[in-house]
Design a protein around this ligand. Structure first.
Ligand code: URA
Length: 254
């Protein structure tokens, strides 16, 4: 495959959690362009200027073949040569859309060069503008598809403040997996609702429908006042302050 990073081809690598990193040999100008270092023309200028090395030696031929891990730019390794996979602590007020007309983007919290990559990094699922917490950003498209698939039940744990205390009938309805939301063709999967005292709750879902938490409570006339995703699968925000991110490994999902 000749575009993007080596993890972008689902067909070649099967389950992304079990895929070993392939050694992809590509043209130097293509590597740099797809990793966001400039257009093809711009990266050829960088290569011509002697700013790029392969396995420690300056390489001025843009058509020279290399693996991204062996390439250095201005003396340092390329950023995320095998693809981007990070956990971001999403702050209030950012949207998960790439469209800046919708508001400040979570992507604006990340290094600008990432948006020039091909494929461009994306979030695994979305959080609403006012929701905070654990958000995965990656250019590993097989991983995005894997987590989007209903077959793979990834636990998402939410902490929320409600405008009322949910009763035992709501706990039971969520657990039963029979809650039918308006406009949906099948009921929500069983979900675990735990009271944290007063109007504070923890809700664990294994799916990710549009505005799901808010709609589940709205079904019972309860409004979600504050929503924070504490965990996406095994990934939590740990010590990250809102807006901060950390690199994660595929093995953390196993
Ligand atoms: N459910 C919601 O209602 N909003 C979110 O952001 C995430 C889950």
């Amino acid at each position: 495959m000749e575009d993007g990073n080596p993890l972008s081809d689902e067909a070649d690598h099967g389950d992304p959690l079990n895929a070993s990193l392939p050694t992809v040999v590509r043209r130097l100008d293509q590597i740099l362009a797809t990793l966001g270092y400039g257009s093809r023309r711009e990266v050829r200028g960088l290569i011509d200027a002697g700013r790029v090395t392969v396995a420690g030696s300056v390489q001025t031929d843009p058509g020279a073949k290399a693996t991204p891990r062996d390439v250095a730019f201005d003396g340092g390794p390329l950023e995320f040569p095998d693809g981007i996979l990070v956990a971001l602590h999403k702050p209030v007020g950012c949207v998960c859309s790439h469209d800046s007309r919708e508001g400040p983007r979570v992507y604006d919290l990340l290094p600008p060069r990432w948006l020039a990559r091909n494929p461009v990094p994306t979030t695994i699922g979305r959080l609403d503008k006012e929701t905070t917490g654990a958000l995965i950003v990656t250019d590993n498209m097989p991983l995005v598809h894997r987590f989007a698939s209903p077959r793979h039940k990834v636990e998402k744990v939410y902490d929320a403040t409600l405008d009322a205390q949910p009763g035992a009938e709501i706990v039971a309805a969520f657990a039963a997996g029979t809650l039918q939301l308006a406009g949906e063709d099948r009921p929500c999967a069983p979900a675990t609702l735990v009271s944290k005292g007063g109007n504070e709750i923890e809700l664990t879902l294994t799916e990710g429908r549009f505005h799901q938490v808010k709609r589940m409570f709205a079904h019972f006339g309860i409004r979600v006042v504050r929503l924070h995703r504490a965990r996406f699968g095994p990934i939590d925000v740990g010590n990250l302050a809102p807006g901060e991110w950390r690199e994660i490994r595929l093995s953390e999902f196993e």
